[in-house]
Design a protein. Sequence first.
Length: 448
Amino acid sequence: MRSIFSKLLVWFFLTLAISFAGFFATSAYFAARSADPGGIMLAALHLQLEGAISAYQKGGQAALSGYLRRLDGLFPARHMLLDGVDRDLLTGHDRSEEVATARAGPKRLERPGGPVLIERATPDGRYRLLVAALPRFDPLAYLPYYAWIVLLIALMTYGFAHYLATPLRQLRQSVSRFGEGDLAQRTRSSRRDELGDLAREFNRMADRIQTLLTAERRLLQDVSHELRSPLSRLAFAVELARTSPDAEAAFTRVKKEVSRLSALVGELIEMTRAEGDPSTRQSEPFQIDELVTSVVEDCAFDAQQKGCHIECQCDKGLDFSGDRRLLRRAVENVLRNAIRYAPEGSLVSAEVHSSVNCRIVRIRDRGPGVPEGMLEQIFRPFFRVEDDRSRDSGGAGLGLSIAQRAVRLHLGEIKARNAGPGLEVEIRLPHDPNCIASRGSRDQPSNR
């Protein structure tokens, strides 16, 4: 199969060949007409002959010389007046050989670089006008002079074909590598035409596919990794229910394991949907202080059950635009995580305020905190700080990971720091793209 590059070259060269063939045919046609001694040319020669004879008879050689010079200036030829024996009346030279050549006919007179000789005599033969005209235009004779034009057009054609075909080749290679599994493959095109638009559309499509496939693979890995233990415990609980004398307690255990498994699957699906399917996200304007206040009210009962108290300090009227559902889930996961590790009788604080171009949410507990080397890792899926912490007390380890992904989908960032005592998690949501880059000293978390 021919490439588009070769097709473009063939098309352009074929066009070039047809154009030059038409040029040569047209030039040859007009050249043949210009060399025709009949018609208007013969009439002009007759008038020139009469004028030359009249000048010679009235003024002699001086008048004839002036008249012939005027003719040479008006017509691209050399004019000579001969007598009855073919002798030049100005120079006295014998022109019989030129006359014989002229009588052979113009079509037999064509010699490369030589003139075309035409003669016209009076009826009585006393005078004869001999004209040495410029040779008839021969396109083939001038072909070497057109070689530079052909070369120039060929180079321009090659460059244009290369200009069109190169980005298509690069795009084909990128598509091929992407199809072979290199999901990071992208095109690098800065063109501002349709080919550049095509490359950028491919990049957007590749980003979308990579996100979906990555989310799917992560979900499969997470499910395969994390469902083993719940399924094993569930199988053990079912076996225990069959053999235990206390059937009610055994079935309660089975129900509890099923609930944990259902919650785990729900969190995995929620996390994957949020990151892998942008169409499920709905951006809308809302007050972020009202969102945090609502989450605090919903979590107040859990805090009372744990024996701690939530304190909320929110600046009012902090508008924001984003997916309200995802951000609520993020704040709720961080707050419930703080309640989970808050000591009995302690305070869990939630703050919301605004800085330059940012909306900032801080949630802090008064628990044991996290080792400094693990502050970044607590946002990884299924990560737990303590090796001996069970799923009964620590959950599935997905809450902070889901929060991080939800925040990142809004181009924000989430960080944790030890506040001494306790752990403080800060969520920064950009009300403006420069939010994350512009951190003022007044925006640093306070050591409460």
